[in-house]
Design a protein around this ligand. Structure first.
Ligand code: B12
Length: 450
């Protein structure tokens, strides 16, 4: 319920500036989780979503809207200095500036702005967004959080234009942060750190609710050399399967949502304790829906039982995190699965009825010192296993175990600017790994169903 003394909080999801960006089930889940807690404690909460494909002025929604997938609106921009040699166009993704100015003008002035951030190398879009917000509401404090703020805080403090940068998960801190910034304090009505005690994310603030992203676990028990999961969510904790099933049922029955997207880093780890009871409940308690895992699931979690349950529960997009088929010790990047385990998991998926239209495997491309021939071989192995190979171009992240090697291998001074870590510029490109090779890989992979 609204508290007349409570502040008005403006949530901001910034533009993306990049060589390429496509909406594959992307929503600002963290920001909308924070918004739900604040609203539940009496605040008035508004959202300006600079990645809204369904902005009311985009007549009939952005072109090609397919549930959660489709192209963002975009406008060509000059390439950032230092990347002029990259043979690709550079764009700002999201509704145009005048629409957003108008949206900001229509809002009553907020008492505080909470801005989120995505990829580290998207910061120019964030800078431009925050400049617009500062112009619209001079003097209003802006707090910045999210992956970029957590992974590269010094940079974010120096260039983002936010007044304060806060790293890490913030649900448990948010009431204190708002109290520090505005002087308004509300006692927490439940343990804020417990995701099953909090309200559901404030998805209703968006202009369309095409699908619902779900985060049933935070963090990951693995420690892969290229991955930032541990830096973003230290530790590993899971929601209760019964509470997740209840949330899915809520969105499906009261809002007609049909597509659900798992954002988990470790959905299938120890499946008997989590995914199996969750999917069994879904089958019992939820009307027919579709599930998608664009953020990969662990290969070892694919068993005859999980594969069959996933099929029955309505999984439509399944992505496995294969990453590489090069054997350790040459590449001790992760200990997630061996080639034999991958072949086995692929067989279980096929037996359960999944084909390459639904099931794919991500392969990391552009790792430091990676052998191009090895990537081509892995693509063929994935196809031979009956799955769709999907290249995932490597983005080096400070603080990960692979960062020193990435810096040594790169032609850029990676530590000098997050822009150089953009996976689209192949930051660790080596001989044999050029744009022509990227095109060859695309051909080898064949059409990607998305
Ligand atoms: C889900 C996910 C995706 C989804 C989309 C998510 C989205 N919202 O857009 C999909 C699968 C599409 C995706 C794609 C990609 N992703 Co991704 N993704 C993630 C993942 C797993 C979770 C993000 C998330 O939503 N978390 C859940 C919410 C609740 O957390 P949160 O947003 O961080 O918010 C919390 C805090 O940050 C904080 N917070 C957030 N905002 C604010 C604001 C304020 C003011 C405050 C105080 C706090 C605060 O509080 C929130 C609640 O606790 C992260 C890794 C991770 N574990 O976080 C990688 C990650 C962000 N992705 C990454 C990458 C590389 C990619 C890809 C480029 C992969 C590829 N090679 O193709 C693509 C690019 C996408 C594109 N559109 O171009 C990297 C980023 C690397 C970098 N240099 O920045 C990460 C870190 C993964 C990794 N393993 O290292 N991704």
């Amino acid at each position: 319920m609204a508290d007349p003394a409570a502040p008005h909080i403006l949530l901001v999801n910034p533009w993306i500036d990049d060589f390429a960006a496509y909406d594959v089930w992307a929503r600002p889940l963290g920001l909308l989780r924070l918004g739900a807690v604040l609203r539940d404690h009496g605040c008035r909460v508004s959202l300006v979503d600079c990645l809204d494909r369904f902005h009311p002025r985009a007549a009939g929604g952005a072109p090609g809207a397919r549930n959660g997938r489709g192209p963002f609106l975009k406008a060509r921009r000059p390439k950032p200095p230092g990347l002029a040699d990259v043979p690709r166009h550079f764009s700002r993704y999201g509704p145009p500036e005048d629409w957003l100015r108008e949206d900001l003008r229509r809002l009553p002035a907020p008492d505080l702005v909470l801005a989120t951030s995505g990829m580290t190398y998207w910061y120019p879009g964030l800078q431009a967004t925050l400049a617009l917000v500062r112009q619209a509401f001079p003097g209003v404090r802006i707090l910045l959080g999210g992956p970029y703020a957590t992974l590269w805080p010094e940079h974010a403090r120096a260039v983002s234009g936010a007044h304060r940068v806060v790293g890490g998960p913030a649900e448990a801190l948010i009431l204190d942060l708002v109290a520090e910034e505005t002087g308004w304090r509300a006692p927490a009505r439940y343990p804020l750190e417990d995701p099953d005690a909090r309200p559901y994310p404030a998805f209703d603030l968006q202009s369309a609710l095409g699908f619902v992203p779900l985060l049933t676990s935070e963090g990951c028990p693995f420690d892969c050399a290229y991955c930032a999961s541990r830096l973003l969510h230290p530790g590993f904790r899971r929601r209760r399967p019964a509470a997740v099933a209840r949330e899915i049922r809520f969105w499906a029955t009261s809002r007609g949502v049909r597509d659900f997207v798992f954002y988990d880093d470790a959905l299938l780890v120890d499946p008997e304790a989590h995914a199996v009871p969750l999917l069994e409940r879904v089958l019992r308690e939820v009307p027919p829906v579709r599930f998608h895992t664009p953020n990969a699931v662990h290969i070892r979690g694919i068993t005859p039982r999980t594969a069959a349950l996933m099929r029955r529960a309505g999984f439509h997009t399944v992505r496995l995190g294969l990453e590489t088929l090069e054997a350790p010790p040459r590449r001790p990047l992760d200990r997630k699965a061996s080639p034999a385990e991958f072949a086995q998991a692929a067989a279980y998926l096929r037996e359960a009825g999944f084909g390459p239209r639904e099931a794919g495997a991500y392969l990391l491309v552009g790792l430091p010192e990676q052998d191009p021939a090895g990537v081509a071989e892995a693509i063929r192995a994935v196809r031979a296993a009956g799955l769709q190979p999907i290249p995932a171009y490597y983005s080096p992240i400070p603080g990960t175990r692979l960062w020193p090697q990435a810096m040594a291998a790169s032609r850029y001074d990676l530590a000098a600017d997050p822009l150089f870590t953009n996976n689209a510029v192949l930051p660790c490109r080596r001989e044999g790994f050029d744009w022509e090779f990227v095109r060859t890989l695309k051909r080898l992979c064949g059409p990607n169903p998305g």
